[in-house]
Ligand binder design. Structure first.
Ligand code: GLA
Length: 392
Protein backbone atom coordinates (compact mmCIF):
# COMPACT_ATOMS: atom_id res chain seq x y z
CA UNK A 1 0.00 0.00 0.00
CA UNK A 2 1.31 3.47 -0.83
CA UNK A 3 2.03 5.93 1.96
CA UNK A 4 -0.74 8.15 0.58
CA UNK A 5 -3.34 5.37 0.92
CA UNK A 6 -2.04 4.50 4.36
CA UNK A 7 -2.55 8.10 5.49
CA UNK A 8 -6.10 8.11 4.08
CA UNK A 9 -6.95 4.80 5.78
CA UNK A 10 -5.58 6.05 9.08
CA UNK A 11 -7.68 9.20 8.86
CA UNK A 12 -10.78 7.13 8.09
CA UNK A 13 -10.11 5.02 11.17
CA UNK A 14 -9.77 8.19 13.22
CA UNK A 15 -12.88 10.00 11.98
CA UNK A 16 -15.02 7.43 10.18
CA UNK A 17 -14.98 9.59 7.02
CA UNK A 18 -12.80 10.45 4.03
CA UNK A 19 -10.29 13.30 4.51
CA UNK A 20 -11.02 16.74 3.13
CA UNK A 21 -7.68 16.59 1.40
CA UNK A 22 -4.23 14.99 1.26
CA UNK A 23 -1.02 17.01 1.09
CA UNK A 24 2.56 15.80 0.81
CA UNK A 25 6.13 17.08 0.98
CA UNK A 26 9.46 15.46 0.11
CA UNK A 27 12.57 14.48 2.04
CA UNK A 28 15.95 15.67 0.72
CA UNK A 29 19.54 14.76 0.18
CA UNK A 30 22.16 17.44 0.51
CA UNK A 31 24.45 17.47 -2.50
CA UNK A 32 27.00 19.63 -0.65
CA UNK A 33 27.19 22.22 2.16
CA UNK A 34 27.04 20.43 5.52
CA UNK A 35 26.74 22.21 8.88
CA UNK A 36 26.92 25.50 7.02
CA UNK A 37 23.24 26.43 7.37
CA UNK A 38 23.28 27.46 11.06
CA UNK A 39 26.54 29.29 10.33
CA UNK A 40 24.55 31.48 7.93
CA UNK A 41 26.42 30.06 4.93
CA UNK A 42 25.57 28.21 1.74
CA UNK A 43 23.94 24.84 0.99
CA UNK A 44 22.99 22.94 -2.17
CA UNK A 45 20.40 20.26 -1.32
CA UNK A 46 17.67 18.74 -3.48
CA UNK A 47 14.26 17.26 -2.67
CA UNK A 48 13.86 13.52 -3.35
CA UNK A 49 10.93 11.44 -4.64
CA UNK A 50 10.29 9.97 -1.16
CA UNK A 51 7.43 11.89 0.46
CA UNK A 52 5.39 12.22 3.63
CA UNK A 53 1.59 12.41 3.30
CA UNK A 54 -0.86 14.17 5.61
CA UNK A 55 -4.56 13.30 5.23
CA UNK A 56 -6.50 16.04 6.96
CA UNK A 57 -10.05 17.12 7.88
CA UNK A 58 -11.33 20.07 9.83
CA UNK A 59 -13.18 19.61 13.14
CA UNK A 60 -15.88 21.79 14.64
CA UNK A 61 -14.07 22.27 17.92
CA UNK A 62 -10.67 23.94 18.38
CA UNK A 63 -8.81 20.69 18.98
CA UNK A 64 -6.08 18.99 16.95
CA UNK A 65 -5.70 15.23 16.85
CA UNK A 66 -2.71 13.64 15.09
CA UNK A 67 -2.30 9.98 14.22
CA UNK A 68 0.59 8.35 12.41
CA UNK A 69 2.12 5.03 11.50
CA UNK A 70 4.93 5.87 13.99
CA UNK A 71 2.76 5.13 17.04
CA UNK A 72 -0.47 3.34 17.92
CA UNK A 73 -2.15 6.07 19.90
CA UNK A 74 -3.18 9.43 18.44
CA UNK A 75 -2.21 12.59 20.32
CA UNK A 76 -4.74 15.35 20.98
CA UNK A 77 -4.53 18.94 22.21
CA UNK A 78 -6.48 22.18 21.96
CA UNK A 79 -4.98 24.81 19.64
CA UNK A 80 -4.70 27.21 22.58
CA UNK A 81 -2.86 24.58 24.66
CA UNK A 82 -0.13 23.82 22.12
CA UNK A 83 2.43 26.32 23.43
CA UNK A 84 2.45 24.61 26.82
CA UNK A 85 3.42 21.23 25.35
CA UNK A 86 6.95 22.03 24.25
CA UNK A 87 10.41 22.03 25.87
CA UNK A 88 10.75 25.76 26.36
CA UNK A 89 7.85 25.15 28.75
CA UNK A 90 9.43 22.55 31.02
CA UNK A 91 10.11 19.59 28.79
CA UNK A 92 8.15 17.92 26.00
CA UNK A 93 4.74 16.77 27.21
CA UNK A 94 3.79 14.73 24.11
CA UNK A 95 5.51 11.86 22.23
CA UNK A 96 8.35 13.26 20.13
CA UNK A 97 6.91 12.26 16.72
CA UNK A 98 3.77 14.30 17.43
CA UNK A 99 5.77 17.43 18.29
CA UNK A 100 6.60 17.87 14.57
CA UNK A 101 3.00 18.26 13.30
CA UNK A 102 1.73 19.86 16.53
CA UNK A 103 4.72 22.22 16.51
CA UNK A 104 3.86 23.31 12.96
CA UNK A 105 0.23 23.87 14.01
CA UNK A 106 1.47 25.95 16.96
CA UNK A 107 3.83 27.99 14.76
CA UNK A 108 1.13 28.55 12.11
CA UNK A 109 -1.63 29.40 14.56
CA UNK A 110 0.47 32.44 15.43
CA UNK A 111 0.18 33.53 11.78
CA UNK A 112 -3.64 33.59 11.89
CA UNK A 113 -5.47 36.85 12.61
CA UNK A 114 -7.55 35.22 15.31
CA UNK A 115 -6.16 31.88 16.51
CA UNK A 116 -9.22 31.25 18.67
CA UNK A 117 -11.39 31.22 15.53
CA UNK A 118 -9.34 28.50 13.79
CA UNK A 119 -11.10 25.19 13.20
CA UNK A 120 -9.64 22.10 14.85
CA UNK A 121 -8.09 19.37 12.72
CA UNK A 122 -7.74 15.62 12.42
CA UNK A 123 -4.38 14.78 10.82
CA UNK A 124 -3.11 11.33 9.78
CA UNK A 125 0.51 10.99 8.69
CA UNK A 126 2.31 8.27 6.74
CA UNK A 127 5.71 8.49 5.10
CA UNK A 128 7.95 6.74 2.67
CA UNK A 129 10.97 8.82 3.67
CA UNK A 130 13.26 6.49 5.67
CA UNK A 131 13.32 7.64 9.32
CA UNK A 132 16.65 8.46 10.99
CA UNK A 133 18.56 8.09 7.71
CA UNK A 134 19.56 11.73 7.37
CA UNK A 135 17.05 12.25 4.55
CA UNK A 136 14.95 14.83 6.42
CA UNK A 137 11.94 12.75 7.28
CA UNK A 138 11.20 15.47 9.84
CA UNK A 139 11.19 18.31 7.29
CA UNK A 140 8.86 16.19 5.15
CA UNK A 141 6.38 15.85 8.05
CA UNK A 142 6.62 19.59 8.72
CA UNK A 143 6.19 20.40 5.02
CA UNK A 144 3.15 18.14 4.52
CA UNK A 145 1.50 19.44 7.69
CA UNK A 146 2.36 23.04 6.83
CA UNK A 147 0.94 22.77 3.30
CA UNK A 148 -2.29 21.22 4.65
CA UNK A 149 -2.78 23.83 7.38
CA UNK A 150 -1.93 26.69 5.04
CA UNK A 151 -4.81 25.54 2.83
CA UNK A 152 -7.38 24.51 5.46
CA UNK A 153 -6.75 27.51 7.69
CA UNK A 154 -6.66 29.86 4.67
CA UNK A 155 -3.34 31.42 5.74
CA UNK A 156 -1.94 32.25 2.29
CA UNK A 157 1.68 31.82 3.41
CA UNK A 158 4.52 31.39 0.91
CA UNK A 159 7.13 28.61 0.81
CA UNK A 160 9.68 30.53 2.88
CA UNK A 161 7.17 31.29 5.64
CA UNK A 162 6.14 27.63 5.75
CA UNK A 163 9.79 26.56 5.91
CA UNK A 164 10.31 28.96 8.83
CA UNK A 165 7.30 27.48 10.64
CA UNK A 166 8.80 24.01 10.15
CA UNK A 167 12.10 25.12 11.57
CA UNK A 168 10.39 26.77 14.54
CA UNK A 169 8.60 23.48 15.22
CA UNK A 170 11.87 21.59 15.07
CA UNK A 171 13.85 24.06 17.20
CA UNK A 172 11.26 25.07 19.77
CA UNK A 173 8.73 22.22 19.85
CA UNK A 174 10.97 19.18 19.30
CA UNK A 175 14.03 20.94 20.72
CA UNK A 176 16.53 20.04 17.97
CA UNK A 177 18.90 22.97 17.31
CA UNK A 178 18.92 22.51 13.53
CA UNK A 179 19.22 25.07 10.72
CA UNK A 180 16.83 25.98 7.89
CA UNK A 181 18.30 23.82 5.08
CA UNK A 182 15.98 20.83 5.28
CA UNK A 183 12.73 22.78 5.37
CA UNK A 184 13.80 25.11 2.54
CA UNK A 185 14.95 22.17 0.47
CA UNK A 186 11.64 20.33 0.94
CA UNK A 187 9.58 23.47 0.24
CA UNK A 188 11.51 24.63 -2.83
CA UNK A 189 12.13 21.25 -4.49
CA UNK A 190 12.12 21.20 -8.31
CA UNK A 191 12.55 18.28 -10.70
CA UNK A 192 16.15 17.95 -11.91
CA UNK A 193 17.39 20.93 -9.92
CA UNK A 194 19.09 21.57 -6.60
CA UNK A 195 18.33 24.53 -4.32
CA UNK A 196 21.28 26.88 -3.91
CA UNK A 197 20.42 28.66 -0.70
CA UNK A 198 22.05 31.54 1.12
CA UNK A 199 21.06 30.69 4.69
CA UNK A 200 21.60 34.28 5.89
CA UNK A 201 19.32 36.04 3.41
CA UNK A 202 17.21 32.97 2.50
CA UNK A 203 17.72 33.91 -1.14
CA UNK A 204 17.32 30.70 -3.12
CA UNK A 205 18.08 29.77 -6.69
CA UNK A 206 17.31 26.56 -8.58
CA UNK A 207 20.44 25.10 -10.16
CA UNK A 208 19.83 22.44 -12.84
CA UNK A 209 21.76 19.33 -11.83
CA UNK A 210 21.92 17.72 -15.27
CA UNK A 211 22.48 14.24 -13.83
CA UNK A 212 20.33 12.34 -16.35
CA UNK A 213 21.73 13.92 -19.54
CA UNK A 214 25.26 13.24 -18.23
CA UNK A 215 24.38 9.56 -17.72
CA UNK A 216 24.76 9.89 -13.94
CA UNK A 217 22.66 8.64 -11.03
CA UNK A 218 22.72 9.67 -7.38
CA UNK A 219 22.95 6.51 -5.30
CA UNK A 220 21.87 6.79 -1.67
CA UNK A 221 23.62 4.41 0.71
CA UNK A 222 21.61 4.35 3.94
CA UNK A 223 23.98 2.85 6.51
CA UNK A 224 21.04 2.25 8.89
CA UNK A 225 23.12 3.69 11.70
CA UNK A 226 20.46 5.90 13.30
CA UNK A 227 21.26 9.41 14.40
CA UNK A 228 19.39 12.02 16.44
CA UNK A 229 20.02 15.76 16.23
CA UNK A 230 18.22 16.77 19.41
CA UNK A 231 21.16 15.55 21.46
CA UNK A 232 24.91 15.12 21.63
CA UNK A 233 27.23 15.65 18.72
CA UNK A 234 25.14 18.01 16.60
CA UNK A 235 24.67 20.41 19.51
CA UNK A 236 28.40 20.24 20.38
CA UNK A 237 29.44 21.05 16.82
CA UNK A 238 27.08 23.97 16.73
CA UNK A 239 28.49 25.30 19.99
CA UNK A 240 32.08 24.96 18.66
CA UNK A 241 31.12 26.99 15.58
CA UNK A 242 29.63 29.73 17.73
CA UNK A 243 32.77 29.76 19.87
CA UNK A 244 34.94 30.03 16.76
CA UNK A 245 32.91 32.93 15.38
CA UNK A 246 33.08 34.74 18.73
CA UNK A 247 36.88 34.33 18.90
CA UNK A 248 37.20 35.73 15.38
CA UNK A 249 34.83 38.61 16.23
CA UNK A 250 32.33 37.87 13.45
CA UNK A 251 28.55 37.37 13.70
CA UNK A 252 28.78 33.93 12.04
CA UNK A 253 31.39 31.72 10.37
CA UNK A 254 29.87 32.71 7.06
CA UNK A 255 31.75 35.96 7.50
CA UNK A 256 35.15 34.25 7.32
CA UNK A 257 37.07 33.56 4.11
CA UNK A 258 39.59 30.74 3.63
CA UNK A 259 42.31 33.41 3.78
CA UNK A 260 41.29 34.08 7.42
CA UNK A 261 42.18 30.53 8.45
CA UNK A 262 45.86 31.08 9.31
CA UNK A 263 44.82 33.76 11.81
CA UNK A 264 42.10 31.48 13.20
CA UNK A 265 44.70 28.74 13.71
CA UNK A 266 46.69 31.08 15.96
CA UNK A 267 43.73 32.22 18.04
CA UNK A 268 41.94 29.00 18.99
CA UNK A 269 42.53 25.46 20.20
CA UNK A 270 43.08 22.80 17.57
CA UNK A 271 39.65 21.13 17.78
CA UNK A 272 37.75 24.44 17.51
CA UNK A 273 40.01 25.49 14.65
CA UNK A 274 39.27 22.30 12.71
CA UNK A 275 35.49 22.79 13.18
CA UNK A 276 35.90 26.33 11.83
CA UNK A 277 38.07 25.16 8.94
CA UNK A 278 35.41 22.65 7.89
CA UNK A 279 32.68 25.28 7.76
CA UNK A 280 34.76 27.92 6.01
CA UNK A 281 36.09 25.53 3.36
CA UNK A 282 32.67 23.87 2.95
CA UNK A 283 31.04 27.24 2.16
CA UNK A 284 33.68 27.71 -0.53
CA UNK A 285 33.03 24.19 -1.89
CA UNK A 286 29.32 24.97 -2.25
CA UNK A 287 30.13 28.09 -4.27
CA UNK A 288 32.62 26.12 -6.36
CA UNK A 289 30.08 23.34 -6.95
CA UNK A 290 27.51 25.81 -8.26
CA UNK A 291 30.07 27.24 -10.69
CA UNK A 292 31.20 23.76 -11.76
CA UNK A 293 27.62 22.60 -12.39
CA UNK A 294 26.85 25.70 -14.42
CA UNK A 295 30.03 25.69 -16.48
CA UNK A 296 30.96 22.03 -16.83
CA UNK A 297 28.04 19.88 -15.62
CA UNK A 298 27.78 17.27 -12.84
CA UNK A 299 30.86 15.24 -13.77
CA UNK A 300 32.95 18.21 -12.68
CA UNK A 301 31.77 18.14 -9.05
CA UNK A 302 33.19 14.75 -8.03
CA UNK A 303 36.37 16.08 -6.38
CA UNK A 304 34.40 18.67 -4.43
CA UNK A 305 32.16 15.92 -3.00
CA UNK A 306 35.22 13.89 -2.06
CA UNK A 307 36.90 16.88 -0.39
CA UNK A 308 33.68 17.62 1.51
CA UNK A 309 33.61 14.12 2.94
CA UNK A 310 37.27 14.27 3.98
CA UNK A 311 36.61 17.56 5.75
CA UNK A 312 33.64 16.11 7.65
CA UNK A 313 35.61 13.02 8.56
CA UNK A 314 38.86 14.69 9.64
CA UNK A 315 38.01 18.27 10.65
CA UNK A 316 34.36 18.25 11.73
CA UNK A 317 34.55 14.61 12.94
CA UNK A 318 30.93 13.70 12.26
CA UNK A 319 31.44 10.60 10.12
CA UNK A 320 31.24 7.01 11.37
CA UNK A 321 33.07 3.90 10.06
CA UNK A 322 29.99 2.81 8.08
CA UNK A 323 29.81 6.16 6.26
CA UNK A 324 33.54 6.10 5.51
CA UNK A 325 33.24 2.53 4.20
CA UNK A 326 30.30 3.54 1.98
CA UNK A 327 32.22 6.48 0.52
CA UNK A 328 35.56 4.69 0.09
CA UNK A 329 33.99 1.60 -1.46
CA UNK A 330 31.80 3.61 -3.84
CA UNK A 331 34.84 5.57 -5.03
CA UNK A 332 36.94 2.42 -5.42
CA UNK A 333 34.10 0.89 -7.47
CA UNK A 334 34.14 3.84 -9.87
CA UNK A 335 31.84 6.53 -8.41
CA UNK A 336 32.59 10.02 -9.74
CA UNK A 337 32.25 11.43 -6.21
CA UNK A 338 30.80 10.46 -2.84
CA UNK A 339 30.18 11.96 0.60
CA UNK A 340 28.07 11.51 3.70
CA UNK A 341 24.93 13.66 3.59
CA UNK A 342 22.96 15.31 6.40
CA UNK A 343 23.91 15.93 9.99
CA UNK A 344 26.25 12.94 10.40
CA UNK A 345 26.87 10.47 13.25
CA UNK A 346 25.03 7.91 11.10
CA UNK A 347 22.48 8.18 8.32
CA UNK A 348 23.26 8.04 4.63
CA UNK A 349 26.01 8.70 2.10
CA UNK A 350 25.46 9.68 -1.52
CA UNK A 351 27.54 8.60 -4.49
CA UNK A 352 27.47 10.10 -7.97
CA UNK A 353 27.68 7.08 -10.26
CA UNK A 354 27.56 6.30 -13.99
CA UNK A 355 24.15 4.77 -14.73
CA UNK A 356 25.63 1.48 -15.86
CA UNK A 357 27.78 1.16 -12.75
CA UNK A 358 24.97 1.61 -10.17
CA UNK A 359 24.54 -2.16 -9.72
CA UNK A 360 28.28 -2.78 -9.39
CA UNK A 361 28.75 0.04 -6.86
CA UNK A 362 25.76 -1.14 -4.76
CA UNK A 363 27.09 -4.68 -4.74
CA UNK A 364 30.60 -3.57 -3.81
CA UNK A 365 29.23 -1.55 -0.88
CA UNK A 366 27.07 -4.48 0.26
CA UNK A 367 30.12 -6.77 0.17
CA UNK A 368 32.31 -4.29 2.03
CA UNK A 369 29.68 -3.92 4.76
CA UNK A 370 29.32 -7.69 5.12
CA UNK A 371 33.13 -8.08 5.31
CA UNK A 372 33.35 -5.42 8.00
CA UNK A 373 30.52 -7.02 10.00
CA UNK A 374 28.19 -4.01 9.49
CA UNK A 375 24.40 -4.40 9.07
CA UNK A 376 23.41 -4.57 5.38
CA UNK A 377 22.94 -1.04 3.96
CA UNK A 378 19.88 0.05 1.99
CA UNK A 379 20.83 1.42 -1.42
CA UNK A 380 18.55 3.20 -3.88
CA UNK A 381 18.80 5.95 -6.47
CA UNK A 382 17.10 9.35 -6.21
CA UNK A 383 16.39 12.13 -8.68
CA UNK A 384 15.79 15.77 -7.72
CA UNK A 385 12.02 16.07 -7.24
CA UNK A 386 9.25 18.62 -6.70
CA UNK A 387 8.25 20.27 -3.40
CA UNK A 388 4.93 20.15 -1.51
CA UNK A 389 1.66 19.51 -3.33
CA UNK A 390 -1.97 18.64 -2.81
CA UNK A 391 -2.49 15.02 -3.80
CA UNK A 392 -6.22 14.65 -3.26
C1 GLA B 1 20.62 18.36 9.75
C2 GLA B 1 19.95 19.69 10.11
C3 GLA B 1 20.26 20.76 9.06
C4 GLA B 1 21.75 20.84 8.79
C5 GLA B 1 22.35 19.47 8.55
C6 GLA B 1 23.84 19.51 8.42
O1 GLA B 1 20.05 17.86 8.59
O2 GLA B 1 18.55 19.51 10.19
O3 GLA B 1 19.73 21.99 9.48
O4 GLA B 1 22.40 21.52 9.82
O5 GLA B 1 22.01 18.56 9.58
O6 GLA B 1 24.21 20.15 7.26
Amino acid sequence: MTAQNTAVDLLRTLTGADPEGVWSAPGRVNLIGEHTDYNEGFVLPFAIPHRTYAAVSRRRDGRIRVASTFAETPVEAGIGELAALFPSHDGLRVPEWSAYPLGVAWALSAAANDASALPGLDIAIASDVPIGAGLSSSAAIEGATGAALNALWGLGLDAVALAQAGRKAENEAVGAPTGIMDQMSSMLGRADAATFLDCRTLRAESIPTGFAPAGLEVLVIDTRVEHAHATGGYRDRRAACERGAAIMGVPALRDLHPSDLPRAAELMDDATFRRVRHVVTEDQRVLDTVVALREHGPRAIGDLLIASHASMRDDFEISVPELDAAVDTALAAGAVGARMTGGGFGGAAIALVDRERVGAVSEAVGRAFADAGFAAPHTFTVTPAAGPRRDA
